[in-house]
Design a protein around this ligand. Structure first.
Ligand SMILES: *[C@@H]1O[C@H](CO)[C@@H](O)[C@H](O)[C@H]1NC(C)=O
Length: 219
């Protein structure tokens, strides 16, 4: 009886192990396919954004179109974030999901984060002003870039670079000493957040000295 039970148990274990292997290799296959499709999707996205750069003219027109695009982008990211966080999928831990719905949520987040990162690099001043007036977007973007970084294995190297440059442009992460936004028209070295802070400090010091001097004079 005990031996019989043992056999059954061993059998069940080996079946479930085999099943897991199957799922694992299926997941690997699906992952490879996803990587290919994502790359293609990004190429199309790049064409679209280059087209937008060509056809949109005038800063105001660009800004209002980018405002509309951003509204859509962040709406999708925020909705997908809520859904993926209530799904069994855990970024950085779960295997590539076979569930199509979860794959779609992943695509929504990865593609829209990449798209907004393109906007950040190509239209840095407009993007900064949009983020400044929509703090929720700024917070969402930091979350979604971190999410993409956890899913790096699905991204091609140019998308990984894009995310890193956008994070530096927005000072989410410290800028590399040789950081350069390749799309900025003036290729002069840029003022970093650190520089700005030290300029502000210097200004404050000068202001503080002023009144003291005048009190001294009054005495
Ligand atoms: C975005 O948020 C960070 C803090 O999380 C802040 O330092 C930065 O100034 C914000 N960016 C904009 C454009 O408002």
């Amino acid at each position: 009886m005990i031996i019989h039970g043992f056999f059954v148990l061993a059998l069940v274990c080996s079946i479930s192990l085999a099943l897991q292997d199957d799922i694992s290799s299926e997941s690997k296959k699906a992952e490879q396919l996803y990587i290919k499709l994502f790359k293609r999707q990004r190429a199309e996205q790049l064409d679209a954004i280059k087209n937008f750069q060509k056809v949109s003219n005038g800063k105001n027109e660009r800004k209002s179109m980018l405002q509309l695009m951003s509204e859509k982008i962040f709406q999708v990211i925020q909705k997908s974030r809520a859904s993926i966080e209530s799904s069994p999928f855990i970024p950085g831990i779960s295997e590539f999901p076979l569930d199509r719905d979860i794959q779609d949520l992943l695509s929504n987040i990865l593609e829209n984060t990449a798209l907004f990162s393109e906007i950040v690099l190509r239209f840095p001043d407009i993007a900064a002003s949009l983020l400044k007036s929509n703090n929720e977007w700024n917070i969402t973007l930091q979350w979604s870039i971190a999410f993409c970084n956890q899913m790096k294995y699905l991204l091609d190297s140019s998308t990984i670079k894009l995310l890193s440059l956008a994070s530096q442009e927005l000072n989410y992460i410290p800028r590399d000493p040789d950081f350069l936004n390749p799309y900025r028209k003036d290729k002069k070295p840029q003022v970093t957040l650190g520089d700005l802070k030290s300029i502000k400090k210097k200004k404050k010091k000068i202001i503080k000295k002023g009144p003291r001097l005048s009190t001294h004079v009054e005495l």
